[in-house]
Write a protein of this length. Structure first.
Lengths: 304, 107
């Protein structure tokens, strides 16, 4: 079985930054990513708050540069899904959909997954009107009516992004006020294309080949109604991707990994970085910073 | 080494639907980040499946009729056409191994 000094799980900014640091420190390093290198940020057309890029940079250009940089220092990359980790003293085993590896230290940087609504029709119509990303799919809803579900910054940003394309946007929120920042709330309220349905939840997504209706319920009155929409953008938060880690590591109430200041988890030699970590600020720069911290401390752990 | 050819919808009938060999169509747009991740993989597949599958690309911003006919509401989207009919549709970024598996099953 192949052994690496450091195995990094996840190829977003946290994992890539960790890879830059560990491989530059001459630690043999393997990064395992099940999807696209770059993580969620590859869907961002423009990242405007990553320091060093005065004109902004696209998420994909930023993360591809990180990957090239890490690869230049010797980072290896494998497209596979991690299915489990087992620990036997100092020895750590990483099981994947392809092969198993022995690791001196592990950095978990698997990020988060978008939270699903969990209503009938959601899975069936994903990619057929149900979307979790307005910058990705908004252009397909030109001059159409769409619903956005959620009330936080992400949902409000999605609704504003959709005003570029859709003719009418119905923002559906289960509370009677938005959680989004004041500046975003002001933008939404002054935007004539957006109307807000308060105290309302989505019960069902309906359609034929594609979405054409949703059934919603007002939680105060209990009244159901049906709205004609061509798309439903779901933006109700995200969930740390830690399903396979339950029982191995300490997780917080929402399933994020609890770490020390050194970003070490409850298991010595296993570190966590980025959105998967409890207390993460969920920003690219935060993820990159976490990756560096975890990498430096993983190096110290290995050299004892 | 064959490379995917960019086509416009006016030629879709001739190049895709009337083709005797199966055709993989990569629906993409310049603003789509994940499409740029898929593109190099599709380039490699075009080489590996040369003679068995033809590879074309359709920019959905410029070819909205075709986009609407096949109901594309999310990209990247790869559709394999066999005898003028879509037989496999792959949505989102998938690793190369997975794409090859889908193509091999559909052939």
């Amino acid at each position: 079985m192949k052994k690496y000094d450091v195995v990094i799980i996840g190829g977003g900014p946290a994992g890539l930054s960790a890879g830059v640091y560990t491989s530059r420190a001459r630690l043999s390093s393997l990064l395992i990513e099940k999807g696209a290198i770059g993580g969620q940020i590859i869907n961002a057309e423009m990242v405007e708050n990553y320091p060093g890029f005065t004109a902004g940079i696209s998420g994909i250009d930023l993360t591809q540069a990180m990957h090239q940089q890490a690869t230049k220092f010797g980072l290896e990359t494998l497209a596979a899904e991690v299915t489990g980790i087992s620990v036997n003293g100092q020895q750590k085993l990483v099981r994947t959909s392809q092969r198993d590896f022995i690791a001196g230290a592990i950095i978990i940087a698997g990020g988060s997954e978008r939270q699903k609504l969990g209503v009938p029709g959601e899975t069936q119509y994903t990619g057929k009107g149900v979307s979790y990303c307005a910058t990705c799919d908004g252009a397909f809803f030109r001059d159409k009516t769409v619903a956005v579900v959620g009330g936080g910054n992400a949902a409000v940003t999605e609704a504003l992004e959709l005003t570029k394309f859709a003719s009418r946007i119905i923002l559906i929120h289960r509370r009677h006020e938005l959680r989004a920042t004041r500046i975003l709330q002001e933008k939404v309220i002054s935007q004539p294309k957006i109307e807000i349905l308060w105290d309302t939840v989505v019960e069902e997504i309906l359609g034929e080949t594609f979405v054409n209706k949703i059934r919603v319920r007002n939680i105060n009155t209990g009244m159901d109604s049906v709205l004609d929409v061509s798309g439903v953008f779901i933006s109700i938060g995200s969930q740390p991707a830690t399903g396979y880690l339950k029982g191995l590591l300490a997780l917080d109430a929402v399933g994020a990994i609890v770490t020390s200041e050194r970003l070490e988890t409850s298991v010595p030699g296993i570190f966590a970085a980025g959105d998967i970590r409890s207390g993460s600020i969920r920003q690219t720069i935060g993820a990159a910073g976490d990756g560096a911290v975890a990498a430096v401390n993983a190096g110290k752990y290995i050299s004892g | 080494m064959s490379k995917p050819v960019e086509i416009e919808e006016a030629k879709f009938d001739d190049i895709v639907l009337k083709s005797k060999t199966p055709v993989l169509v990569d629906f993409w747009a310049p603003w789509c980040g994940p499409c740029r991740m898929v593109a190099p993989i599709v380039d490699e597949l075009a080489g590996e499946y040369a003679g068995k599958i033809s590879f074309v690309k359709v920019n959905v911003d410029n070819n909205q009729k075709i986009r609407d006919i096949y109901g594309i509401m999310s990209i990247p989207r790869l559709i394999l056409f066999k005898d003028g009919k879509p037989v496999t549709s792959i949505h989102g970024f998938k690793p190369k191994k997975e794409l090859k598996k889908s193509l091999d099953e559909a052939l």
